[in-house]
Write a protein that binds this ligand. Structure first.
Ligand code: SF4
Ligand code: SF4
Length: 374
């Protein structure tokens, strides 16, 4: 089976980006969140001040990443205009030592952490790989943030006492002392997706990849656990380099900073290059779950896809054996009629795009798998 090489970049983590004028905190954070009392247009906020409480057990609350003035509030967004004159008291660190498991979960959530999903009795796997092409922060975090990753590990064990922790690595000696290590046999995309890392180690397939934490999740957890301060900045791969950026920073500001402004027909993709989504609005702020931002230039001279060659590459490349043969020989116009027959099988589709990447004639197979999963 052929897999696609992942970009293994070793960029150092860059400085925090901190000198723009406007930041946005965006949906989905505000969907179902309760604004704190008295939050209104024109009110000054200090960096780290809580703005909204999110409902549900696992979603972290929302904090102002920078000091400024509330410029706008809608049902989906809070816009903060950066204003150095608005600097208030810095947030006080919370003491997280000695808390019960439930107390720690509650306080981490209040400090903005989206809590990882642990399965009772199941091991926790820490994947040290970039999950998909376009994301390049794993090595930088592993090399430069070991202490914070260690604090993340302590937090994982405090949240999930007694759990077996397995550190998935590409060579021996990368796990912290005393932590079980597993050397992943297959390290090229899509085998680096959490679901497939888990499948290789545990043998069972769970498309959501529950119980697998990436280094970015672990570093975030460790930083908040260690400092007791609200989550205001996160790691982001921006055009191949890595930065700590304020949560909710607008795509347009980030692209301008990186000199990556799109031209006609170009797309801006938030997330990984394969499973990410194209942004419709560049004024949109980036939520906590966005790991990368990329400019994808318009392909030259693209036309309708060439006919299928019946080579079978797509079906062979699918890591979970989905029956792509149902569709590939037919023109896309016939796909909608076939979709209902196949939809139930597609719940296990990872959206990994391995089928599309393996196709020699560029059939739109990733679009098909997204349609089937919808
Ligand atoms: S996108 Fe879905 S159908 Fe295509 S290779 Fe990945 S899992 Fe298989
Ligand atoms: S890889 Fe492309 S050309 Fe080959 S069978 Fe699949 S859709 Fe057809």
């Amino acid at each position: 089976m052929k897999y696609i090489s992942l970009f293994w970049a070793s960029e150092k983590m860059a400085e925090v980006i901190k000198d723009w004028d406007n930041f946005k905190i965006v949906a989905p954070p505000l969907a179902g969140a309760l604004l704190v009392k008295g939050l209104r247009r024109g009110r000054p906020v200090s960096a780290g001040e809580v703005l909204a409480r999110r409902q549900g057990e696992s979603f972290g609350d929302i904090h102002a990443p920078v000091a400024g003035v509330i410029a706008e509030i809608s049902s989906t967004e809070i816009v903060i205009r950066r204003d150095s004159a608005a600097v208030g008291d810095p947030p006080r660190p919370v003491d997280l030592s000695g808390l019960s498991r439930a107390g720690l979960s509650r306080v981490l959530k209040e400090l903005g952490v989206d809590l990882p999903e642990f399965l009772p009795g199941a091991p926790v796997i820490i994947s040290t790989f970039n999950s998909e092409p376009g994301l390049t922060f794993a090595l930088a975090l592993l090399n430069e943030h070991r202490e914070t990753l260690g604090a993340g590990l302590v937090a994982v064990l405090a949240l999930n006492p007694g759990a077996r922790v397995i550190w998935a690595v590409d060579r021996p000696g990368q796990a912290p002392a005393g932590v079980e290590e597993y050397i992943l046999k297959y390290r090229n995309y899509p085998k680096t997706l959490p679901a497939l890392v888990k499948k290789e180690i545990m043998g069972n397939y769970d498309p959501a990849g529950r119980g697998v934490l990436g280094l970015r999740d672990l570093q975030t957890l460790g930083r908040v656990f260690r400092t007791g301060l609200p989550l205001t900045h996160l790691v982001l791969t921006l055009g191949g380099a890595n930065y700590f950026v304020p949560v909710g920073a607008r795509a347009i500001d980030l692209l301008t900073f990186a000199n990556l402004l799109p031209g006609p027909g170009d797309a801006v993709v938030a997330g990984g290059l394969i499973r990410g989504r194209t942004l419709a609005r560049l004024e949109q702020g980036l939520g906590k779950n966005i790991e990368g931002l990329h400019l994808v230039r318009a392909p030259a001279g693209s036309g309708p896809p060439a006919p299928c060659r019946r080579c079978g590459n797509c079906a062979r490349a699918c890591p979970v054996g989905l029956p792509l043969f149902l569709f590939v020989h037919r023109e896309p116009v016939a796909w909608p009629g076939l979709i209902n027959q196949a939809r139930s099988e597609w719940s296990g589709c990872l959206g990994c795009g391995a089928c599309a990447l393996a196709c020699p004639v560029g059939r739109p197979l990733l679009a098909l798998s997204r349609l089937l999963k919808a």
